[in-house]
Design a binder for this molecule. Structure first.
Ligand SMILES: *Cc1c(COP(=O)(O)O)cnc(C)c1O
Length: 462
Protein backbone atom coordinates (compact mmCIF):
# COMPACT_ATOMS: atom_id res chain seq x y z
CA UNK A 1 0.00 0.00 0.00
CA UNK A 2 2.81 2.41 0.83
CA UNK A 3 4.50 1.56 -2.51
CA UNK A 4 1.22 2.44 -4.16
CA UNK A 5 0.96 5.82 -2.45
CA UNK A 6 4.55 6.69 -3.36
CA UNK A 7 3.41 7.08 -6.94
CA UNK A 8 1.19 9.90 -5.71
CA UNK A 9 4.18 11.97 -4.56
CA UNK A 10 4.20 15.21 -6.54
CA UNK A 11 6.85 15.80 -9.16
CA UNK A 12 9.61 18.14 -8.06
CA UNK A 13 9.02 20.68 -10.84
CA UNK A 14 5.30 20.82 -10.06
CA UNK A 15 6.07 21.54 -6.40
CA UNK A 16 8.67 24.18 -7.32
CA UNK A 17 6.16 25.92 -9.61
CA UNK A 18 3.65 26.35 -6.76
CA UNK A 19 3.27 30.10 -6.03
CA UNK A 20 4.22 29.61 -2.37
CA UNK A 21 7.68 28.48 -3.51
CA UNK A 22 8.05 30.21 -6.88
CA UNK A 23 7.34 33.56 -5.25
CA UNK A 24 9.07 32.99 -1.92
CA UNK A 25 11.86 35.43 -2.73
CA UNK A 26 14.46 33.05 -1.26
CA UNK A 27 17.56 32.01 -3.26
CA UNK A 28 16.86 29.15 -5.67
CA UNK A 29 19.29 26.82 -3.90
CA UNK A 30 17.38 27.30 -0.65
CA UNK A 31 13.98 26.67 -2.27
CA UNK A 32 15.38 23.52 -3.93
CA UNK A 33 16.79 22.23 -0.67
CA UNK A 34 13.52 22.91 1.16
CA UNK A 35 11.43 21.18 -1.53
CA UNK A 36 13.75 18.17 -1.61
CA UNK A 37 13.76 17.80 2.17
CA UNK A 38 9.96 18.11 2.31
CA UNK A 39 9.41 15.45 -0.35
CA UNK A 40 12.05 13.18 1.20
CA UNK A 41 10.38 13.46 4.62
CA UNK A 42 6.99 12.65 3.11
CA UNK A 43 8.41 9.66 1.19
CA UNK A 44 10.03 8.31 4.35
CA UNK A 45 6.75 8.71 6.25
CA UNK A 46 4.80 6.95 3.51
CA UNK A 47 7.27 4.05 3.43
CA UNK A 48 6.78 3.66 7.16
CA UNK A 49 3.06 3.58 6.43
CA UNK A 50 2.48 6.65 8.56
CA UNK A 51 0.76 9.29 6.48
CA UNK A 52 -1.62 9.59 3.62
CA UNK A 53 -0.10 11.56 0.72
CA UNK A 54 -0.54 15.28 1.29
CA UNK A 55 -2.31 17.40 -1.30
CA UNK A 56 -0.19 19.77 -3.39
CA UNK A 57 -1.14 22.87 -1.40
CA UNK A 58 -0.33 21.32 1.95
CA UNK A 59 3.00 20.05 0.66
CA UNK A 60 3.89 23.46 -0.79
CA UNK A 61 2.95 25.08 2.52
CA UNK A 62 5.24 22.63 4.37
CA UNK A 63 8.07 23.36 1.93
CA UNK A 64 7.50 27.13 2.29
CA UNK A 65 7.72 26.73 6.08
CA UNK A 66 11.02 24.89 5.55
CA UNK A 67 12.23 27.80 3.35
CA UNK A 68 11.43 30.19 6.21
CA UNK A 69 13.33 27.98 8.68
CA UNK A 70 16.36 27.77 6.36
CA UNK A 71 16.29 31.54 5.87
CA UNK A 72 16.14 32.42 9.58
CA UNK A 73 19.36 33.73 11.16
CA UNK A 74 21.24 31.19 13.25
CA UNK A 75 22.00 31.56 16.07
CA UNK A 76 18.76 33.48 16.51
CA UNK A 77 16.99 35.37 19.24
CA UNK A 78 15.24 33.45 22.04
CA UNK A 79 12.96 34.64 24.83
CA UNK A 80 14.40 33.23 28.06
CA UNK A 81 11.58 32.53 30.50
CA UNK A 82 13.59 30.05 32.59
CA UNK A 83 14.60 32.50 35.33
CA UNK A 84 18.24 31.43 34.88
CA UNK A 85 20.05 34.72 34.24
CA UNK A 86 23.36 33.47 32.78
CA UNK A 87 21.86 30.55 30.83
CA UNK A 88 24.77 28.68 29.25
CA UNK A 89 22.61 27.23 26.45
CA UNK A 90 20.96 30.58 25.72
CA UNK A 91 24.09 32.64 25.14
CA UNK A 92 24.98 33.52 28.74
CA UNK A 93 24.96 37.33 29.22
CA UNK A 94 22.61 39.51 27.12
CA UNK A 95 24.38 42.78 26.28
CA UNK A 96 23.36 46.28 27.27
CA UNK A 97 22.02 48.51 24.49
CA UNK A 98 25.24 50.48 24.56
CA UNK A 99 27.41 47.36 24.26
CA UNK A 100 25.37 45.90 21.40
CA UNK A 101 25.42 49.26 19.60
CA UNK A 102 29.19 49.56 20.07
CA UNK A 103 29.72 46.16 18.41
CA UNK A 104 27.42 47.19 15.57
CA UNK A 105 29.16 50.54 14.99
CA UNK A 106 32.63 49.00 14.99
CA UNK A 107 31.50 46.10 12.77
CA UNK A 108 29.76 48.11 10.06
CA UNK A 109 32.83 50.01 8.92
CA UNK A 110 36.50 50.64 9.55
CA UNK A 111 37.66 51.33 13.08
CA UNK A 112 40.80 52.29 14.98
CA UNK A 113 41.30 48.77 16.32
CA UNK A 114 45.08 48.95 15.97
CA UNK A 115 45.55 52.55 14.96
CA UNK A 116 46.40 55.70 16.90
CA UNK A 117 44.54 58.30 14.86
CA UNK A 118 46.01 61.31 16.71
CA UNK A 119 49.56 60.26 15.95
CA UNK A 120 48.84 58.64 12.61
CA UNK A 121 50.65 55.52 13.80
CA UNK A 122 50.02 51.90 14.52
CA UNK A 123 48.18 51.55 17.85
CA UNK A 124 47.52 48.73 20.27
CA UNK A 125 44.41 46.56 20.35
CA UNK A 126 44.95 46.23 24.12
CA UNK A 127 44.87 49.98 24.79
CA UNK A 128 41.08 50.28 24.33
CA UNK A 129 40.14 48.52 27.55
CA UNK A 130 43.37 48.45 29.56
CA UNK A 131 43.01 51.93 31.09
CA UNK A 132 39.37 51.32 31.97
CA UNK A 133 40.05 47.95 33.60
CA UNK A 134 42.93 49.45 35.60
CA UNK A 135 40.84 52.44 36.69
CA UNK A 136 37.98 50.17 37.77
CA UNK A 137 40.07 47.65 39.68
CA UNK A 138 43.30 49.33 40.73
CA UNK A 139 45.40 46.88 38.66
CA UNK A 140 48.71 47.97 37.08
CA UNK A 141 48.01 46.37 33.70
CA UNK A 142 45.32 44.38 31.91
CA UNK A 143 44.68 42.32 28.81
CA UNK A 144 41.42 41.20 27.14
CA UNK A 145 41.26 37.81 25.43
CA UNK A 146 38.82 35.53 23.61
CA UNK A 147 37.36 34.05 26.81
CA UNK A 148 38.40 33.19 30.33
CA UNK A 149 39.50 29.67 29.40
CA UNK A 150 41.97 31.33 26.99
CA UNK A 151 43.08 33.76 29.69
CA UNK A 152 43.87 30.88 32.08
CA UNK A 153 45.74 28.96 29.37
CA UNK A 154 47.79 32.00 28.35
CA UNK A 155 48.53 32.95 31.97
CA UNK A 156 49.87 29.46 32.70
CA UNK A 157 51.77 29.16 29.40
CA UNK A 158 53.40 32.59 29.73
CA UNK A 159 54.19 32.49 33.45
CA UNK A 160 54.42 28.84 34.50
CA UNK A 161 55.78 26.72 31.63
CA UNK A 162 57.99 23.99 33.11
CA UNK A 163 57.23 25.20 36.63
CA UNK A 164 55.66 23.45 39.61
CA UNK A 165 52.27 25.06 40.18
CA UNK A 166 50.53 24.29 43.47
CA UNK A 167 46.71 23.96 43.36
CA UNK A 168 44.42 22.83 46.18
CA UNK A 169 42.80 19.40 45.64
CA UNK A 170 39.49 21.10 46.43
CA UNK A 171 39.90 23.42 43.43
CA UNK A 172 40.62 21.01 40.55
CA UNK A 173 37.53 22.28 38.79
CA UNK A 174 35.72 21.12 35.68
CA UNK A 175 33.82 24.10 34.29
CA UNK A 176 31.99 22.19 31.55
CA UNK A 177 32.67 21.75 27.87
CA UNK A 178 35.82 19.80 28.74
CA UNK A 179 37.55 22.65 30.55
CA UNK A 180 39.32 20.90 33.43
CA UNK A 181 42.05 22.59 35.41
CA UNK A 182 44.47 19.60 35.25
CA UNK A 183 44.04 19.36 31.45
CA UNK A 184 44.54 23.07 30.84
CA UNK A 185 47.59 22.94 33.09
CA UNK A 186 49.04 20.08 31.01
CA UNK A 187 48.32 21.91 27.74
CA UNK A 188 50.10 25.01 29.02
CA UNK A 189 53.28 23.10 29.87
CA UNK A 190 52.99 23.82 33.61
CA UNK A 191 53.34 21.01 36.14
CA UNK A 192 50.38 20.55 38.42
CA UNK A 193 51.25 19.87 42.03
CA UNK A 194 48.11 18.93 43.95
CA UNK A 195 48.17 20.06 47.54
CA UNK A 196 45.95 19.41 50.56
CA UNK A 197 42.75 17.39 50.40
CA UNK A 198 39.33 17.87 48.86
CA UNK A 199 37.89 19.53 51.94
CA UNK A 200 40.92 21.04 53.69
CA UNK A 201 43.97 22.76 52.29
CA UNK A 202 46.23 24.69 54.66
CA UNK A 203 49.04 27.12 54.02
CA UNK A 204 51.54 24.48 55.18
CA UNK A 205 50.31 22.19 52.37
CA UNK A 206 51.23 24.80 49.76
CA UNK A 207 54.56 25.47 51.45
CA UNK A 208 55.53 21.80 51.65
CA UNK A 209 55.04 21.43 47.88
CA UNK A 210 57.99 23.80 47.22
CA UNK A 211 55.99 25.50 44.48
CA UNK A 212 57.29 27.80 41.75
CA UNK A 213 53.83 29.38 41.41
CA UNK A 214 50.56 29.31 43.36
CA UNK A 215 47.21 29.01 41.57
CA UNK A 216 43.87 29.53 43.22
CA UNK A 217 40.76 28.55 41.26
CA UNK A 218 37.39 29.90 42.29
CA UNK A 219 35.05 26.93 42.68
CA UNK A 220 32.36 28.81 40.73
CA UNK A 221 30.03 25.91 40.03
CA UNK A 222 30.14 23.90 43.26
CA UNK A 223 30.64 24.42 46.95
CA UNK A 224 32.37 22.30 49.53
CA UNK A 225 30.46 22.51 52.80
CA UNK A 226 30.86 20.96 56.22
CA UNK A 227 34.29 20.14 57.67
CA UNK A 228 36.30 22.45 55.45
CA UNK A 229 39.28 24.75 55.49
CA UNK A 230 40.57 26.95 52.73
CA UNK A 231 43.68 29.13 52.82
CA UNK A 232 42.68 32.81 52.44
CA UNK A 233 44.12 34.67 49.42
CA UNK A 234 46.01 37.11 51.64
CA UNK A 235 47.94 34.21 53.26
CA UNK A 236 48.73 32.75 49.81
CA UNK A 237 49.91 36.18 48.62
CA UNK A 238 52.23 36.46 51.64
CA UNK A 239 53.64 32.97 51.01
CA UNK A 240 54.16 33.73 47.29
CA UNK A 241 55.98 36.96 48.18
CA UNK A 242 58.19 35.13 50.69
CA UNK A 243 59.05 32.44 48.10
CA UNK A 244 59.45 35.00 45.29
CA UNK A 245 56.89 33.17 43.09
CA UNK A 246 53.73 34.49 41.37
CA UNK A 247 50.28 34.07 42.93
CA UNK A 248 47.68 33.54 40.19
CA UNK A 249 43.93 33.55 40.63
CA UNK A 250 41.32 32.16 38.22
CA UNK A 251 38.27 33.98 39.52
CA UNK A 252 35.87 32.68 36.84
CA UNK A 253 32.63 34.59 37.23
CA UNK A 254 34.30 37.88 38.15
CA UNK A 255 32.10 40.55 39.70
CA UNK A 256 34.21 43.72 39.85
CA UNK A 257 33.06 44.48 43.39
CA UNK A 258 30.07 44.02 45.67
CA UNK A 259 28.67 47.39 44.51
CA UNK A 260 27.48 45.79 41.26
CA UNK A 261 25.59 42.95 42.96
CA UNK A 262 24.10 44.65 46.00
CA UNK A 263 21.45 41.97 46.62
CA UNK A 264 23.61 38.85 46.30
CA UNK A 265 25.72 37.25 49.02
CA UNK A 266 29.28 38.50 48.96
CA UNK A 267 31.87 36.31 47.23
CA UNK A 268 35.41 37.05 46.13
CA UNK A 269 35.48 39.94 43.63
CA UNK A 270 38.16 41.23 41.25
CA UNK A 271 38.91 44.13 43.58
CA UNK A 272 38.95 42.02 46.74
CA UNK A 273 41.38 39.40 45.42
CA UNK A 274 43.68 42.06 43.92
CA UNK A 275 43.63 43.88 47.24
CA UNK A 276 44.47 40.59 48.96
CA UNK A 277 47.65 40.45 46.87
CA UNK A 278 47.00 38.27 43.81
CA UNK A 279 49.63 38.96 41.11
CA UNK A 280 47.39 38.05 38.17
CA UNK A 281 43.60 37.60 38.24
CA UNK A 282 41.53 36.37 35.32
CA UNK A 283 37.77 36.23 34.83
CA UNK A 284 35.00 35.99 32.21
CA UNK A 285 33.50 38.91 30.32
CA UNK A 286 30.08 37.24 30.04
CA UNK A 287 29.37 36.02 33.53
CA UNK A 288 28.82 38.46 36.40
CA UNK A 289 30.32 41.37 34.46
CA UNK A 290 27.40 41.10 32.02
CA UNK A 291 29.43 41.74 28.87
CA UNK A 292 30.36 39.83 25.71
CA UNK A 293 32.26 36.54 25.58
CA UNK A 294 35.75 37.58 26.66
CA UNK A 295 38.41 36.87 29.22
CA UNK A 296 40.18 39.57 31.19
CA UNK A 297 43.58 39.11 32.81
CA UNK A 298 44.88 41.86 35.05
CA UNK A 299 47.52 42.49 37.67
CA UNK A 300 51.28 43.13 37.80
CA UNK A 301 52.64 44.82 34.69
CA UNK A 302 55.63 42.46 34.28
CA UNK A 303 53.31 39.43 34.20
CA UNK A 304 50.69 41.01 31.92
CA UNK A 305 53.46 42.16 29.54
CA UNK A 306 54.82 38.60 29.44
CA UNK A 307 51.33 37.37 28.52
CA UNK A 308 50.99 40.04 25.78
CA UNK A 309 54.33 38.98 24.27
CA UNK A 310 53.66 35.23 24.35
CA UNK A 311 53.06 33.62 20.91
CA UNK A 312 49.76 32.11 22.13
CA UNK A 313 48.41 35.64 22.72
CA UNK A 314 47.73 35.99 19.01
CA UNK A 315 45.83 32.69 18.97
CA UNK A 316 43.51 33.68 21.80
CA UNK A 317 43.10 37.41 21.19
CA UNK A 318 39.76 39.15 21.38
CA UNK A 319 38.02 40.20 18.14
CA UNK A 320 36.96 43.78 17.41
CA UNK A 321 33.22 43.23 17.92
CA UNK A 322 33.65 41.73 21.38
CA UNK A 323 36.28 44.32 22.26
CA UNK A 324 33.88 47.15 21.40
CA UNK A 325 31.08 45.56 23.45
CA UNK A 326 33.45 44.89 26.35
CA UNK A 327 34.68 48.48 26.36
CA UNK A 328 31.10 49.80 26.46
CA UNK A 329 30.21 47.35 29.27
CA UNK A 330 33.22 48.45 31.32
CA UNK A 331 32.62 52.15 30.61
CA UNK A 332 29.14 51.87 32.15
CA UNK A 333 30.74 50.25 35.24
CA UNK A 334 32.45 53.54 36.16
CA UNK A 335 29.12 54.44 37.76
CA UNK A 336 27.71 51.38 39.60
CA UNK A 337 24.20 52.89 39.56
CA UNK A 338 24.35 53.35 35.80
CA UNK A 339 25.63 49.78 35.44
CA UNK A 340 22.78 48.41 37.56
CA UNK A 341 20.29 50.32 35.41
CA UNK A 342 21.72 49.67 31.95
CA UNK A 343 23.39 46.24 32.20
CA UNK A 344 20.72 43.52 31.77
CA UNK A 345 22.60 40.91 33.83
CA UNK A 346 23.15 43.24 36.77
CA UNK A 347 19.60 44.59 36.68
CA UNK A 348 18.02 41.12 36.36
CA UNK A 349 20.15 39.80 39.22
CA UNK A 350 19.17 42.67 41.49
CA UNK A 351 15.43 42.77 40.65
CA UNK A 352 13.43 42.44 43.86
CA UNK A 353 10.72 39.85 44.46
CA UNK A 354 8.11 42.64 44.84
CA UNK A 355 8.94 44.11 41.44
CA UNK A 356 8.92 40.64 39.87
CA UNK A 357 5.56 39.79 41.41
CA UNK A 358 4.06 42.88 39.83
CA UNK A 359 5.73 42.06 36.51
CA UNK A 360 4.34 38.50 36.63
CA UNK A 361 0.80 39.83 37.24
CA UNK A 362 1.19 42.16 34.25
CA UNK A 363 2.18 39.24 32.01
CA UNK A 364 -0.52 36.99 33.47
CA UNK A 365 -3.14 39.65 32.69
CA UNK A 366 -2.08 39.78 29.05
CA UNK A 367 -1.97 36.01 28.67
CA UNK A 368 -5.31 35.46 30.42
CA UNK A 369 -6.88 37.76 27.82
CA UNK A 370 -5.62 35.38 25.11
CA UNK A 371 -6.07 31.99 26.76
CA UNK A 372 -9.52 30.51 26.78
CA UNK A 373 -11.24 28.66 29.59
CA UNK A 374 -9.25 25.54 28.84
CA UNK A 375 -5.99 27.03 30.09
CA UNK A 376 -5.65 28.35 33.63
CA UNK A 377 -3.31 31.32 34.08
CA UNK A 378 -1.92 32.10 37.53
CA UNK A 379 1.09 33.69 39.25
CA UNK A 380 3.40 31.52 41.34
CA UNK A 381 6.46 32.27 43.49
CA UNK A 382 9.53 30.49 42.08
CA UNK A 383 13.27 30.34 42.54
CA UNK A 384 15.55 31.57 39.79
CA UNK A 385 19.27 30.98 39.50
CA UNK A 386 22.32 33.04 38.63
CA UNK A 387 23.42 30.35 36.14
CA UNK A 388 26.58 30.14 34.06
CA UNK A 389 28.09 27.99 36.79
CA UNK A 390 28.18 31.02 39.10
CA UNK A 391 26.89 31.02 42.69
CA UNK A 392 25.33 27.52 42.49
CA UNK A 393 23.74 27.67 45.94
CA UNK A 394 22.11 31.08 45.53
CA UNK A 395 18.35 30.90 44.92
CA UNK A 396 16.82 34.07 43.54
CA UNK A 397 13.27 34.56 44.87
CA UNK A 398 11.21 35.20 41.76
CA UNK A 399 7.74 34.94 40.22
CA UNK A 400 6.42 33.09 37.21
CA UNK A 401 3.24 32.96 35.20
CA UNK A 402 1.97 29.38 35.35
CA UNK A 403 0.00 28.08 32.37
CA UNK A 404 -2.05 24.95 33.00
CA UNK A 405 -3.71 23.71 29.81
CA UNK A 406 -6.50 21.29 30.72
CA UNK A 407 -6.33 19.11 27.61
CA UNK A 408 -3.13 19.80 25.69
CA UNK A 409 -0.76 19.21 28.60
CA UNK A 410 2.07 21.47 29.71
CA UNK A 411 4.71 19.56 27.70
CA UNK A 412 2.80 20.08 24.45
CA UNK A 413 2.25 23.76 25.21
CA UNK A 414 5.97 24.13 26.01
CA UNK A 415 6.79 22.59 22.62
CA UNK A 416 4.39 24.98 20.86
CA UNK A 417 6.03 28.01 22.47
CA UNK A 418 9.51 26.70 21.63
CA UNK A 419 8.44 26.29 17.99
CA UNK A 420 7.44 29.97 17.84
CA UNK A 421 9.73 32.54 16.22
CA UNK A 422 11.48 33.62 18.39
CA UNK A 423 11.32 30.49 20.55
CA UNK A 424 9.97 31.06 24.07
CA UNK A 425 11.73 28.80 26.58
CA UNK A 426 10.03 28.19 29.92
CA UNK A 427 10.14 25.19 32.21
CA UNK A 428 7.74 22.47 33.23
CA UNK A 429 6.87 22.13 36.89
CA UNK A 430 4.23 19.73 38.22
CA UNK A 431 2.17 19.72 35.04
CA UNK A 432 2.39 23.48 34.52
CA UNK A 433 4.39 25.55 32.09
CA UNK A 434 6.21 28.24 34.08
CA UNK A 435 7.34 31.50 32.50
CA UNK A 436 9.69 33.13 35.02
CA UNK A 437 9.59 36.88 34.50
CA UNK A 438 13.01 37.70 35.99
CA UNK A 439 14.70 36.97 32.65
CA UNK A 440 11.92 38.24 30.36
CA UNK A 441 12.01 41.79 29.03
CA UNK A 442 8.62 43.53 29.34
CA UNK A 443 8.99 44.45 25.68
CA UNK A 444 8.58 40.72 24.90
CA UNK A 445 5.23 40.30 26.69
CA UNK A 446 3.36 41.09 23.45
CA UNK A 447 5.38 38.43 21.60
CA UNK A 448 4.47 35.77 24.18
CA UNK A 449 0.80 36.70 23.91
CA UNK A 450 1.09 36.56 20.10
CA UNK A 451 2.61 33.06 20.30
CA UNK A 452 -0.34 31.83 22.39
CA UNK A 453 -2.81 33.52 20.07
CA UNK A 454 -1.21 31.84 17.03
CA UNK A 455 -1.18 28.50 18.78
CA UNK A 456 -4.89 28.81 19.53
CA UNK A 457 -5.59 29.71 15.94
CA UNK A 458 -3.78 26.54 14.87
CA UNK A 459 -6.29 24.53 16.86
CA UNK A 460 -4.42 24.00 20.10
CA UNK A 461 -6.74 23.64 23.06
CA UNK A 462 -5.58 26.50 25.20
C1 LIG B 1 33.69 30.00 33.70
C2 LIG B 1 35.03 29.73 34.20
C3 LIG B 1 36.11 29.55 33.32
C4 LIG B 1 35.92 29.61 31.83
O1 LIG B 1 35.52 30.89 31.43
P1 LIG B 1 34.92 31.12 29.95
O2 LIG B 1 34.74 32.59 29.85
O3 LIG B 1 33.65 30.35 29.90
O4 LIG B 1 35.92 30.60 28.99
C5 LIG B 1 37.34 29.29 33.85
N1 LIG B 1 37.54 29.20 35.18
C6 LIG B 1 36.53 29.37 36.07
C7 LIG B 1 36.82 29.26 37.54
C8 LIG B 1 35.24 29.64 35.61
O5 LIG B 1 34.23 29.81 36.48
Amino acid sequence: MSEESLRLLPKMDVLLAHPLLAESGAPRSVVLQAARETVDALRAALLRGETAPADANALAAAAAERVRALSAPRPGRVINATGVVLHTNLGRAPLSQAAARAAYEVGRGYCDLEYDAARGQRGSRHAHVEDLVCALTGAEAALALNNNAAAVLLMLAALCRGKRVAVSRGELVEIGGGFRVPDIMAESGAHLVEVGTTNKTRLADYEAAEPEALLKVHTSNYEIVGFTEETPPSALAALAARLGVPFLYDLGSGALSGAYLPTLPEGPTVRSVLAAGADVVCFSGDKLLGGPQAGIALGKKTHIDAMKRHPLARCVRIDKLSLAALEATLRACRDPEEALRENPVLSMLSASAEVLEEKAHALAGRLAAVCGERCAVSVLPTEGQVGGGAMPSVRLPSFAVALTPAETGADALGAVLRAHTPPIVGRIYHGRLLLDVRTVDEADFAEIAAALRASKKNGNQI
